[in-house]
Design a binder for this molecule. Sequence first.
Ligand code: FRU
Length: 552
Amino acid sequence: MNTGKYTCLEIFAKKTEAEGRVRVISEKYGAAEKEAGDGYYAWLKFSLKPDADYEIFCESCEVSFCYLSGNRDMLETGVRFLEMDKGSGAFAAADQACWYDQPMREAYHFSPWKNWSNDPNGLCWFQGYYHMFYQQNPNGQEWSDMYWGHAVSRDLVHWRHLPVAFAPQQEILESRGALIGGAFSGCAAALEDEVLFYFTRHRESSRGDGEMVEQQWMTQSRDMLRFTEEKCVIAQRPAGASRDFRDPKVVKIGDTWYMVLGSALGGKGAILLYESEDMEHWHYVHPLLREEKEDIRCFECPDFMELDGKYLAIGAFMAHRDVCGRHQMSRYYVGSWKDKKLAVESEGWFDFGSNCYAMQSFEHQGRRICIGWVFDLYGEHIVYENGACGSMTLPRELHIKNGRLYMTPVEEIGRLKGEIIYRGGGDNVGLWHIRGNAYRAEVICRENTFFTILLGEDGEKSISLVNDRDGLRIVTKGVKSEGICFQADVDQVRKLEIFVDRRMVEIYVNDGEAAGTKIFYNASKEGCFALRAEASGGMESVCVGLMGSIWN
Ligand code: FRU
């Protein structure tokens, strides 16, 4: 393996036997070795020379994640992932475009290189780049002790992977499963020449004896690759708040910095408000809002902002099921800012597909942009070698109109538009072999026509968008979410923008009046779009075009 520009090898290795270690050998520069983790994947870093040939030997250990980093223009090149050839045992650079070009991986929605990811964290724009951090388990396809993954983009469309940013506390890694936790969700506040990060450090006993501590920490960075020593800024939750006390999000309102945190008060979900003069010392004010609905363990990943002359809070309902049978929906609240509380005037569901959770927003040049985690809430993920569980929605631009939240994909997504494969009036459109299964469809309805659009089919499994007397909804068959009603709260359907991206469907209704995200694993390399309208002449126009990959 030749290092090219890179000067560091980062490798996550776990012992399979007592002597487990990683050795890195160069004929010219000699050898180095490090011990693998005992009972956990240790994050080992080796300094390498640029433009040099090295061989990596893993002795009595397993490697989960491995990449080259350390070059000066890291934000431009990203890391280079190395994968082990099973036959020879040699590590070599993997081709990114091929790696992502599989039926079970999204082509134009962000997903990590492999393994588990959840909430977007630390979203911001800083010195020419959009940054997205995210909750990550680099070592497996299931949730575990949490790291922060990191990716960067110039245009919000094409992303490059950067080195893992934060790791779980060492005592958790070394506890052999007795403790769980890590660097939980948080945010970034981008200032002129540095970025401040706030996040929760979580520590919990896995023995089920109830011990769980969540504290808010901060760190700073000037280059987005190196971070200052972490400081604990909120060590204790306020009286009355539940043990769930996490996911700080900071926002400036007027001249004051506020922080919102997800929690519960008196058994009901609450978003707690803190305030600070120096961004380091935080004082509890009171709850920004409380949710009266029962059966919510707490709010997770709250967000709060000023938008279009109103104030908007959004929060994810932990351990909740709505009347349609949907799990863990997120709710938005629009209102005014009175006495440092949100006086709620209207509210609604954030995403009707209910595979979208823990959204986070940031502001750049007057646009409020958010990204949500595409969360397999119904156990539909299919584990396969080198697979990834968890991906992100398209970046969405937020607006408030008539008290309602509107979301549309950011206009930059248009850059991925490719060949048009169908354009016409269409009461009956049947596209059965859409190569690559990554497409965008725009449907304009003349009136509130009833229709069914089949968006994916794999053997007995299918996903459709249906509009009839019962309203607009996503309908799945043959998968675990079958029978749940993924209903959009709209009175009429005039326009649909549908994104199908292999194992995911993301739908925008009436220029953003509602948005719905649903996972649908499809093993086929070809997709389908089959529309049938009930009344003839009901569809004004239908346009279906291929979408390009963000990894080419
Ligand atoms: C939401 C969440 C957060 C927490 C993180 C842990 O998905 O549970 O509340 O910080 O994930 O990974």
